[in-house]
Design a binder for this molecule. Structure first.
Ligand code: NDP
Length: 240
């Protein structure tokens, strides 16, 4: 059965791979982009592209309206957009901290709230998948802002799972490890090798591997999974 899917931050990286995974399942898929324009290959394959900066509540409302006018109420939301502003705490400005929390955590609250409204009204259950990070579980020097925002998503998602369970809306949190995207490309080769020494599988993740898990959590087969924190990280966070 084809569902109405919205992937936030789908123009590149993990979001791009996720849009592709849903298209392959035969779903009706929309994705947001902010800078750089929509990914033309996804549009060519039938996905709808909507411009949206998720830190702006008005843009979020407009994006949902546009998507829902085209493909009906969102049944699957993937809150994937995220940013880093890595610095050691003593060099981290108030703005470095608040911008990361605003984008990674507060905007996810905003997106989940808007999606929930439609899901409850449609009375057909739903799926919310929040993209967190292995760093939320294990911590990382230089990423106090990022880790706080991503750990916040875990508490947020688990609480929301309890609120929405009786309506058959599941809320799950995926925690990727280092994955081969622009975000990882910003790290020095030395830093990448340092991280990989801690990864039992000894390699960087592929965006398709994260997308496969997201797509599974949105599937009918995963109907009894909610409030779960699912690591896709080569084992780096095990025990946390
Ligand atoms: P990328 O940097 O490749 O892509 C980030 C996406 O988020 C882009 O689509 C970007 O849009 C979007 N985005 C950022 N800020 C906003 C905003 N204010 N409004 C709307 N969209 C925004 O990252 P990844 O694909 O690597 O990361 C995807 C998710 O996975 C993130 O939440 C990240 O934290 C998480 N993650 C990534 C890991 C990795 O190693 N890559 C590891 C663990 C977690 P635009 O193109 O306009 O900038």
């Amino acid at each position: 059965m084809s569902r109405s899917v919205l992937v936030i931050g789908g123009n590149r990286g993990i979001g791009h791979a996720t849009v592709r995974a849903f298209l392959q399942r035969g779903d009706t898929v929309a994705f947001t982009y902010r800078t750089g324009g929509p990914a033309p290959d996804l549009v060519l394959d039938g996905a709808m592209a909507v411009e949206c900066d998720i830190t702006d509540p008005e843009q979020v409302e407009l994006a949902f309206k546009e998507v829902e006018a085209d493909q009906g109420p969102v049944e699957v939301l993937v809150a994937n957009a995220g940013i880093t502003r890595d610095r050691l705490l003593l060099r981290m400005s108030e703005e470095d901290f608040s911008t990361v929390v605003e984008t990674n955590l507060t905007a996810s609250y905003r997106l989940a709230k808007r999606a929930t409204r439609s899901m409850l009204k449609a009375k057909r259950g739903g799926r919310i998948i929040l993209v967190s990070s292995a760093v939320a579980l294990k911590g990382e020097a230089g990423q106090t802002n990022y880790a706080a925002s991503k750990a916040g998503l875990i508490g947020f998602g688990r609480s929301l799972a309890r609120e929405l369970g009786s309506r058959q809306i599941t809320v799950n949190i995926v925690t990727p490890g280092l994955t081969d995207t622009d975000m990882a490309a910003a790290l020095s080769e030395e830093r990448v090798q340092e991280i990989l020494r801690d990864v039992p599988l000894g390699r960087i993740g592929n965006p398709n591997e994260i997308a496969a898990t997201i797509s599974f959590l949105a599937s009918e087969e995963a109907a009894y999974i909610t409030g779960a924190v699912v690591p896709v990280d080569g084992g780096i966070s095990m025990g946390h």
